[in-house]
Design a protein around this ligand. Structure first.
Ligand code: ADP
Ligand code: MG
Length: 700
C-alpha cells in the first residue's frame, strides 16, 4: 500500500463504501489521509457506571437496557429516555429532547459508548446524561474499542453511509499498514518554522497524541494541523508562482514609454493622480514595456479611480499604434465606460467606439470594419466583443472590468483575438480582498491595489430606515434636491426576475413622479429598456435634467454622476453585501456630503448583519471580508468561474494568516531555491500535487 493505492484495495472498503467515498472526492489512500476531522472529542476518561461522579465528563462503555418515548403529543418533539447498564451492575439514564427518532436507532441489548457530562437526576434519583454523544458498538469495525474511546478521537463528516466511526477505523488501518511517507517540504523551511514531519503530522491529524490540547485541535491550530494547512498552501502557492512565471515568458507586445506617451497622458489627465494611482500605473507600465504579456488585476474600492488608471494604460497602447478593447459585464456599464473614455479622450482626438448587442446589424458591419481596418483605436463593448466575429487589426491591450463575472474562458478568447501576440490584459475589480487572497484566487494574475481615495471625499453617511417610515426618506430626498443635488432610488433585481424588478421600478417611478414629486423630473432606468432609451436616461441624469433616477441594479457599477448625493436602496435586505457597497459607491463622488439610505423590512439574522456592516463600515476590504464570512468562499467567488482551487484542509478565510506566511515562503523559495536538486525535487512534487489535487498540469 502507498499513497496512490485506490481505496477499493483497502480492507473494509467494498464497492458500496467506495462509491460513497468517491462521491466525496476520496479515491486514493492519500485522499483519505488528507480528509481532515472537523472536530475532536476527548474521550479519555473511561469509567464504569458505578464509578461515575456528577459533574464530570466521562466515557461509558455499556449496553442499552430499556428505551421509551415519553408522552408528548407530537412524536417529533418527544422526549426520548433510555437506561444503560454495564458489568458494574449500576444504571445510567440518558435523555434526549426531540429525540423520538432515536426509537429507531437504539434498542435494548445493543452495546454502546456514551460520552457526556454526568448529572444527578433528582427525578429518577440516579445518574444521568443529557444529550450524550454516542456510538453504537456493533459491526466489524469495533474490534478495537480503544480506537473509539479512551483517547482524543477525531470526528469526521460522514461520507454518505460511511460513518465517522467507519472512517476512523479505516484511517487507523491505513496508518498501521503504511510505511512513513516521505517529506518533500524544503528542510530549511520546515526547520525555520518548527514544523513537525509530514508523517507525524498526518498521524497527529487523525489520532492526536495523548497530551494534545483539545482547544487547539478544535481551532485547527495543533502543530499537526498547522503543518498540513501550511503544506497545502505552500504547494498551491509554489504552483501559482511557477505558473505566473511561465506565462510571463510567452511572447507579448513590448510597448515603448516615450516622452510623447508621457506628454499625451499628462494632456488627458483631468486631475492629479493620487499616490496610489501613480504607483499602480508604474506597475502596469513596467508590465507593458516588457515583451511578455501582462496579466494584472487592478483592485480598488468603488470610486478609487481605477478607470482613470485604465485610461492611462490605454494611451500607452494607442500611442504605440495598437488597439485597446474595454470589456464590461453589462451593456449599461459598457455604455458608461464609452462616455467616460470619450470625455477623457476628447483632447487627444481618439474616438472610442461602442460595440454592443443592441447595435443594428448594419451598424455592426460598419463598426467591425473600423475595428478590422485598425481605424478604431479604443473599442468598448460587452462579452459580445469576444463572441462575435470581431477581428482586431492590432489588439495590444484588453481592459476587463469586473473579474468575478468574467470567466477564465473569456480571457482565453480574448487572447485569441490578438494578432499573433498575446495582448496585455488588465482586469479591474471593485471587490477588494486582501492581496494574498487575490493572488491565490485569481491565480495567474499579478495584483495591483489602489488603497487610497481621491482627495476631498467626505465619508458617506449610511442609515437604515424601516419601510413604514419611508415618508421621512422622501422628505429628506426633497431637501437634497432643493439644495441642487440629485438622487438614485434603487430596486433589487435578482437575475432571473428582471421582469418583476422592472415592474416594481416602473411602479415606483409612477408613484414618485406623479404622487410624491409631481413637480420634479424623475427618470427611469432598467435592464429591459432598449439601448437608446437606457442611454438617454443616463445621459439626462448625468446632465442634471432629471433629478431623481429610479433604477434596478443595472446601475450597480460604473455610473459616475458627482452631483448625485443620495442613494436610496429599497428592500435593502435582499441585496448582497458587496452589491450594497457597490451601489453606495455611486454617491460620494463629489465634494458634497453624501448619504446612503437602506430601506428595509423585517430582518433575519444574516440580513441584519449585512445591514449593520454597511451602516458601520465604509471600508471595502472589511466589507468584502464580512461578505466572504457570511457567504463562504465558494459562493463569494463563484468557485467554478474564478478557478478557486478546491482545498482539502486549509480554508482561505479561517486560515488567512497561514496563507499569508505560505505565500511569502513560496515566493522566496521559487525565486531563490536553496539548491538545484532541491528545487527540482520540489517542482516534481508540485506537479504531482497539482495534477492530483486540481487536475491541472503545466506547472513550471
Ligand atoms: P472606480 O472605477 O475605481 O470606481 P472611477 O475611476 O470611476 O473609480 O473614479 C471615481 C470618480 O473619481 C470619478 O468621478 C473620477 O473622475 C474621479 N477621480 C478619479 N481619480 C481622481 C483623482 N486622482 N482626483 C480626483 N478625482 C478622481
Ligand atoms: Mg469604475
Amino acid at each position: 500500500m502507498d499513497l496512490s493505492t485506490p481505496l477499493t484495495y483497502v480492507k473494509g472498503v467494498g464497492p458500496a463504501r467506495a462509491a460513497f467515498l468517491e462521491a466525496k472526492g476520496l479515491k486514493t489512500v492519500e485522499d483519505l489521509l488528507y480528509y481532515a476531522p472537523f472536530r475532536y472529542e476527548d474521550r479519555s476518561n473511561v469509567k464504569p457506571i458505578r464509578a461515575l461522579a456528577p459533574g464530570e465528563m466521562a466515557t461509558v462503555l455499556c449496553a442499552v437496557r430499556s428505551t421509551k418515548v415519553a408522552g408528548f403529543q407530537r412524536q417529533k418533539l418527544g422526549l426520548f429516555e433510555a437506561t444503560f447498564t454495564d458489568a458494574s451492575g449500576a444504571i445510567l439514564n440518558g435523555k434526549w429532547f426531540h429525540g423520538a427518532y432515536l426509537n429507531d436507532v437504539l434498542a435494548p441489548g445493543q452495546k454502546i459508548a456514551l460520552f457526556g457530562k454526568v448529572e444527578f437526576d433528582s427525578y429518577s434519583r440516579g445518574l444521568s446524561m443529557m444529550h450524550p454523544e454516542f456510538e453504537i458498538l456493533t459491526g466489524d469495525e469495533d474490534g478495537d474499542a480503544a480506537l473509539h474511546t479512551g483517547r482524543v478521537v477525531p470526528i469526521y463528516e460522514a461520507a454518505g453511509k460511511v460513518t465517522t466511526r467507519v472512517l476512523r477505523a479505516l484511517l487507523h488501518r491505513i496508518l498501521e499498514g503504511l510505511a512513513p511517507v516521505d517529506d518533500p517540504m524544503p528542510p530549511h523551511i520546515a526547520r525555520q518554522m518548527g514544523l513537525p514531519k509530514r508523517w507525524d503530522a498526518i498521524r497527529g491529524l487523525h489520532f492526536p497524541p495523548q497530551d494534545s490540547d483539545l482547544r487547539l485541535l478544535n481551532a485547527f491550530r495543533s502543530p499537526a494541523q498547522y503543518r498540513l494547512i501550511f503544506e497545502e498552501f505552500f504547494w498551491l502557492e509554489c504552483g501559482l508562482e511557477l505558473k505566473r512565471a511561465r506565462a510571463r515568458l510567452d511572447p507579448g507586445v513590448g510597448f515603448e514609454l516615450t516622452d510623447r506617451v508621457r506628454e499625451r497622458i499628462k494632456q488627458m489627465l483631468p486631475f492629479k493622480p493620487t499616490g496610489a494611482q501613480k504607483r499602480v500605473l508604474g506597475e502596469i507600465a513596467r508590465d507593458m514595456e516588457a515583451p511578455h504579456p501582462m496579466y494584472r488585476l487592478l483592485q480598488g474600492d468603488v470610486g478609487s479611480g481605477k478607470t482613470l488608471v485604465a485610461a492611462q494604460a490605454a494611451i500607452i497602447a494607442i500611442e504605440n499604434g495598437y488597439q485597446v478593447a474595454i470589456l464590461a459585464p453589462t451593456e449599461i456599464l459598457a455604455t458608461q465606460h464609452f462616455f467616460y473614455f470619450k470625455r477623457l479622450f476628447q483632447k487627444l482626438d481618439y474616438t472610442p467606439i461602442l460595440l454592443t448587442g443592441s447595435n443594428t446589424a448594419k451598424e455592426k458591419i460598419g463598426l467591425k470594419k473600423l475595428v478590422g481596418a485598425g481605424l478604431a483605436k479604443l473599442i468598448v463593448g460587452t462579452h459580445a466583443l469576444l463572441e462575435e466575429d470581431v477581428q482586431f487589426s492590432k489588439l495590444g491591450l484588453a481592459v476587463v472590468d469586473e473579474q468575478h463575472r468574467f470567466g477564465v474562458e473569456q480571457r482565453q478568447k480574448l487572447l485569441e483575438k490578438g494578432a499573433g501576440k498575446h495582448p496585455d490584459v488588465l482586469v479591474m475589480t471593485a471587490t477588494p480582498i486582501p492581496r494574498t487572497l487575490a493572488l491565490t484566487i485569481y491565480g495567474d494574475l499579478d495584483v495591483s491595489v489602489i488603497d487610497e481615495m481621491p482627495p476631498g471625499r467626505k465619508p458617506i453617511i449610511t442609515k437604515r430606515v424601516d419601510q413604514v417610515r419611508v415618508e421621512q426618506v422622501y422628505s429628506f430626498l426633497r431637501q437634497q434636491i432643493d439644495a441642487g443635488r440629485q438622487a438614485y432610488v434603487v430596486y433589487p433585481v435578482i437575475e432571473e426576475s428582471e421582469t418583476k424588478a422592472m415592474k416594481a421600478a416602473q411602479q415606483m417611478h409612477e408613484q414618485l413622479s406623479k404622487i410624491v414629486y409631481p413637480d420634479l423630473r424623475v427618470g427611469l432606468l432598467h435592464g429591459k429598456l432598449p439601448a437608446a432609451e437606457k442611454e438617454a436616461a443616463m445621459d439626462k441624469f448625468a446632465r442634471g435634467e432629471t433629478q431623481i433616477l429610479v433604477a434596478t441594479t443595472v446601475i450597480e457599477v460604473g455610473v459616475d454622476v458627482p452631483n448625485a448625493t443620495v442613494m436610496v436602496i429599497e428592500q435593502a435586505e435582499r441585496f448582497g453585501l458587496s452589491q450594497l457597497h457597490q451601489l453606495r459607491g455611486r454617491v460620494g463622488r463629489g465634494g458634497e456630503q453624501s448619504y446612503c439610505i437602506l430601506v428595509t423590512e423585517k430582518l433575519n439574522q444574516i440580513a441584519g448583519e449585512r445591514i449593520r456592516t454597511m451602516v458601520e463600515s465604509s471600508d471595502g476590504f472589511h466589507i468584502a471580508e464580512v461578505d466572504m464570512k457570511l457567504r463562504g468562499p465558494g459562493e463569494f467567488f463563484g468557485t467554478k468561474q474564478s478557478g478557486l482551487p478546491a482545498l482539502q484542509i486549509g480554508n482561505i478565510i479561517r486560515d488567512a494568516d497561514i496563507l499569508e506566511i505560505a505565500r511569502n515562503e513560496a515566493a522566496s523559495f521559487v525565486a531563490h531555491p536553496p539548491s538545484e536538486p532541491e528545487f527540482r525535487k520540489a517542482v516534481l512534487h508540485i506537479r504531482g500535487h497539482w495534477q492530483r489535487r486540481y487536475g491541472l498540469v503545466q506547472v513550471g
